[in-house]
Design a protein around this ligand. Structure first.
Ligand code: PXP
Length: 247
């Protein structure tokens, strides 16, 4: 059975802080709390409009170094310069539109293969392991491989948003096919977006997936049970499903 890591996305701790321009809730306190509750990594998305995580948060997190930091960035010169200066362990390249509520789709690697490949090269030269946030679309695989990225993160949003069981099954099958094909091509496979306690099990059972990055539902659940408890409940749900599938 392969390991399955939980990366906790703490962007929405900063969303709450930025909503009022206060100094609380403290992103570093959230980082410690999630780590102590079992998070194997922490993810933050430094958006171009700085709507939640700020540059100073990323500086503090990268200095903190108690667990690997995954910095999500758009493929821009500004973001690549920040990543190579701060050197998080990992960096997930994502598409970004200012108007969107959250990252609404994966990268179009076929159309932007050269630019994404260059970005992967810049990150690799700085010792940062890149991943590409992509839709579960096996047609993109050749282009993904050509970029030299060592890992992908499969966008699970369409699966999470599916209203009907039949549609959810279709989306799950697409994720399963993508995970298998990417793994066979030698890529490390991650997943994330829209996952919560009631939908994570089917994704955690996919044997090739080695990391899930989950944020919004954990921070939402923390309102009722506290962040540490919300992180451990998610870990338990993921690990329980993975063990069941391996038996
Ligand atoms: N992975 C990526 C690349 C994302 O952009 C996000 C959202 O910022 C997540 C994972 C986490 O998604 P959610 O907050 O819905 O759990």
């Amino acid at each position: 059975m392969r390991e399955l890591r939980l990366g906790v996305n703490i962007d929405h701790v900063a969303t709450l802080r930025q909503a009022r321009g206060t100094t609380y809730p403290d992103v570093m306190q959230a980082a410690s709390c999630a780590f102590e509750a079992g998070a194997e990594g922490l993810t933050v998305h430094l958006r171009e409009d700085r709507r939640h995580i700020q540059d100073a948060d990323v500086v503090a997190l990268c200095k903190w170094a108690r667990c690997p930091i995954n910095l999500e960035i758009a493929v821009t010169d500004e973001m690549l310069a920040i990543a190579t200066r701060l050197k998080p362990a990992h960096s997930c390249l994502v598409p970004e539109k200012r108007q969107e509520l959250t990252t609404e789709g994966g990268l179009d690697v076929i159309a932007n293969r050269e630019r994404i490949g260059q970005a992967c090269g810049v990150l690799a030269a700085a010792g940062i392991r890149a991943s590409l946030f992509v839709d579960p679309d096996v047609e993109q695989l050749d282009a993904i491989i050509a970029t030299g990225a060592p890992a992908i993160e499969i966008h699970t949003g369409a699966y999470a948003d599916a209203q009907l069981e039949a549609e959810r099954e279709v989306q799950l099958a697409r994720i399963q096919a993508m995970a298998k094909a990417a793994d066979e091509a030698g890529l490390e496979v991650h997943g994330g977006h829209g996952l919560h306690l009631d939908n994570v099990a089917a994704i955690a059972r996919i044997p090739q997936i080695q990391e899930l990055n989950i944020g919004h539902s954990i921070v939402a659940q923390a309102i009722f049970v506290g962040l540490g408890e919300a992180v451990s409940a998610m870990r338990d749900a993921m690990q329980g499903a993975r063990r069941e599938a391996a038996d």
